[in-house]
Design a protein around this ligand. Structure first.
Ligand code: CAA
Ligand code: NAI
Length: 695
């Protein structure tokens, strides 16, 4: 027998243990080993009950995602699970860690399920653009009912053992410390009482939903799942579970699973699964550089970002000292943190004692002297070089040796900030995204002198905050905001060329962006970018460049916070209403600047904005500002609302064809503006098929 599946007996009990680190994924070898172990137990008359469990940190965490790009090999999981379910002696799954995807499907094909109290169970295939393809869409509704099954499969979030028990997904919670011994005892009890074989497929779905249920469920998930293929197919599978015989429904589930697996969306989501994990691997980093211990953190600046960053740290269990220059700012910052925690309590996401404990770890300070003992400082004061260098010079004087000095600047030169200290090796960029306690991205900016162990500390810190840390190089705007400039430039130019802001936003939203660029500008505040542009000395000599955004700011239309920006927000309404004043302003300005207004189709709107992103991404890559194309994808998906199911801008480019993107950029160069549309050298090379050029 294959060593990834072990077989042993204890009297009448056969114990089958999967041992395939790190997460016991159902690789081909595991499927083969499991198939023969189950056949062996089934064929041995001395065996009355079978216990299936896993070694290591978790129960089966699903199919082996790496095998999805290869042709399927027998035994196929659905057939294997049907054979497990058909065995005429009780098979018990004992779950610890996470039973996910094919892992939970395996457990559901067993006749009984027990789990440790901290186990989690789920069908997260939707996150990979898939649906449960080994009977999960059929067995889960039979065990827990249609609605919870749909929520688990469409939402993709696992549930805890207690909820699973209450819902009927598992039959027992093993309270003892030792799951194995507890599970053996539980299986022994089943043997003793000659427990029957219970086939999940034979259960009939109780409380069938009425005819309107599926229509209203579809309406409920429509917004959240827009553009996605697999959620709709999951709903169709569950409709079958209710109405069709099990074997027919299973065959249709398989056919839909194969359709999902072959889809560009699933390829994109699988790419991101690995890209997000690979981001933590840093080529060339000294492997002996251990992260510095971070016990206490100071956040400087209690404004929008400072309070969000402080909250993110508190939620991760850290001690936080929040410093600002006035009591007023400090109290406002603390108030924001308290209100956000209270919101989480009201939404049932955290308990009120957790919120109180978080707040208990927050201290306020006005004096730099109080920073002498902290391990990490995160500076989030005004975005101004003089203010930042002044702050860093003072930090240099008060902080103990070894303190990591981080700046949350969104655009400024890390090396100039570091040069204000006598310890540039300890200085790094930790670029959070707003709202900092929500957004998953942490762009980690390495300065010219940043030490390897400071980088390792920042990467470990990102993990602790449950964020994806991506290491990038130092330049204006780093990777994310530098690319945003091209995207914003085109979305602004399109206005002058006669496309209404609401149409640009709708087209990009429908394409999959979380929000349109003009709605984002109003949300973030148009004055933020305005101030950054005033500080830059390298902007093109182009009267059209961000012209409309500048005019809005100069008219006091800063966005939602002033009740008007690109859109109107009458009486505090957060919904954007197109503004007649802005429409007229744009028309008149285009006229004044001599910009010809013309009919522009949706495809051009998308290509102008997205190709601009890709071209700048290619430059980041060729200059080494980004280490890998996949890192850029991780940044744009987690920090800028780029649609996950398109895999990020660089993956999207390779999916639609790098030569097509290259030709599109050349067309824009020839017909629009030579200044902005020179194709990146790297793009030109890869489009020409140069396999040595890494994309
Ligand atoms: N296949 C292959 N490799 C996997 C894997 C899988 N299903 N799940 C995790 N891994 C790998 C990761 O890539 C990572 O590898 P590296 O160390 O080389 O980067 C390693 O296992 C550890 O994973 P994490 O870093 O994510 O560890 P974690 O402890 O933070 O999380 C986890 C563990 C909760 C299991 C998480 O890895 C996870 O959510 N995995 C995906 C689960 C999933 O989506 N399962 C469904 C698969 S699809 C399916 O099953 C379809 C079907 O119908 C049969
Ligand atoms: P903010 O204006 O809301 O807050 C800045 C705070 O810093 C204020 O409370 C101010 O009193 C305090 N401050 C200023 N100088 C100080 C000093 N010398 N010592 C102590 N406190 C001082 O600004 P915001 O938006 O929070 O931005 C802060 C930083 O975060 C900037 O560098 C910005 O570029 C960056 N950032 C902002 C994002 C955003 O969406 N707002 C996103 C990512 C980064």
């Amino acid at each position: 027998m294959d060593q990834v599946v072990n077989y042993e007996t204890r009297g009448a009990l056969a114990i089958v243990t999967i041992d395939n680190p790190p997460v016991n994924a159902l690789s081909h070898a595991v499927r083969e080993g499991l198939d023969s172990a189950i056949a062996r137990a089934a064929g041995d008359d001395a065996i009355e009950t079978v216990l299936l469990m896993c070694a290591g940190r978790t129960f089966i965490a699903g199919a082996d995602i790496r095998e999805f790009d290869q042709p399927p090999r027998e035994p196929h999981l659905p057939d294997l699970l049907n054979r497990i379910e058909a065995v005429n002696k009780p098979i018990v799954a004992a779950i610890h860690g996470t039973a996910l995807g094919g892992g939970l499907e395996t457990a559901m094909a067993c006749h009984y399920r027990c789990a440790s109290a901290d186990a989690r169970l789920g069908l997260p295939e939707v996150n990979l653009g898939l649906l449960p393809g080994a009977g999960g869409t059929q067995r889960l509704p039979r065990l827990v009912g249609v609605e919870l099954a749909l929520d688990m499969m469409v939402g993709g979030r696992p549930i805890g053992a207690r909820k699973a028990f209450d819902a009927g997904l598992i039959d027992a919670i093993i309270e003892s410390e030792d799951l194995r011994e507890g599970a053996i005892r539980y299986a022994g009890q089943l043997t003793q009482k000659a427990a029957a074989v219970r086939q999940t497929s034979a259960i009939s779905i109780s409380a069938e939903p009425d005819s309107r249920f599926f229509a209203s469920y579809r309406a409920r998930i429509a917004r959240r799942t827009r553009g996605l293929l697999s959620p709709e197919l999951i709903v169709e599978c569950v409709e079958d579970a209710v109405s069709a015989p099990f074997p027919d429904a299973l065959a249709r589930e398989r056919e839909r699973f194969m359709r999902c697996k072959a889809s560009p969306q699933s390829a994109a989501l699988r790419h991101l699964f690995f890209a997000e994990r690979d981001a933590a691997r840093i080529p060339g980093l000294d492997s002996s550089a251990a992260p510095r211990p971070i016990r206490s953190i100071a956040v400087l600046g209690a404004g929008t970002m400072g309070s969000g960053i402080a909250l993110a740290c508190l939620r991760a269990g850290c001690e936080v000292l929040l410093l600002d220059s006035s009591d007023e700012a400090l109290n406002a910052g603390r108030g924001r943190i308290e209100a956000l925690l209270q919101q989480q309590v009201e939404k049932g996401r955290i308990q009120s004692d957790e919120a109180a404990a978080d707040l208990g770890r927050l201290q306020l300070a006005r004096e730099f002297d109080s920073l002498s003992g902290v391990d990490l400082v995160i500076e989030a004061v005004f975005e101004n070089m003089d203010v930042k260098t002044d702050v860093f010079a003072r930090l240099d004087q008060v902080c103990k040796p070894g303190t990591v000095l981080a700046t949350n600047t969104s655009t400024l030169d890390i090396d100039r900030i570091a040069a204000a200290t006598t310890r540039p090796r300890d200085v790094i960029g930790l670029h959070f995204f707003s709202p900092a306690h929500v957004m998953r991205l942490l762009e980690i900016v390495r300065g010219g002198e940043t030490a390897d162990d400071v980088i390792a500390t920042a990467m470990a810190f990102a993990r602790r905050l449950r964020k994806v840390g991506v290491l990038v190089g130092n330049c204006f705007g780093f990777v994310g905001n530098r690319m945003l400039y091209g995207y914003g430039r085109e979305s602004q130019k399109l206005l002058l060329e006669g496309v209404a802001p609401e149409r640009i936003d709708r087209v990009l939203y429908d394409w999959g962006m979380a929000m349109g660029p003009h709605a984002v500008g109003d949300l973030a505040g148009l004055d933020v970018g305005y101030r950054v542009r005033r500080e830059r000395t390298d902007l093109p000599d182009d009267p059209c460049f961000y012209r409309i955004a500048d005019m809005l700011v100069e008219r006091g239309r800063l966005g939602q916070k002033t009740g008007m920006g690109m859109y109107d927000y009458p009486e505090g309404d957060r919904a954007a209403h197109p503004s007649a004043e802005v429409a007229e302003m744009i028309r008149a300005e285009a006229n004044r600047l001599g910009v010809v207004q013309r009919e522009i189709d949706d495809q051009e709107i998308v290509e102008r904005c997205i190709f601009a992103l890709i071209n700048e991404g290619a430059r980041c890559l060729e200059e080494g500002i980004a280490m890998r194309a996949a890192d850029i994808d991780v940044i744009w998906v987690n920090g800028y609302g780029f649609p996950r199911h398109r895999g990020g801008p660089m993956f999207y480019a390779s999916q639609i064809g790098l030569d097509r993107v290259y030709r599109g950029i050349c067309r824009f160069r020839d017909t629009l503006d030579k200044r902005y549309w020179q194709p990146a050298a790297l793009l030109e090379k890869v489009a020409a098929g140069d396999s040595a050029a890494a994309w």
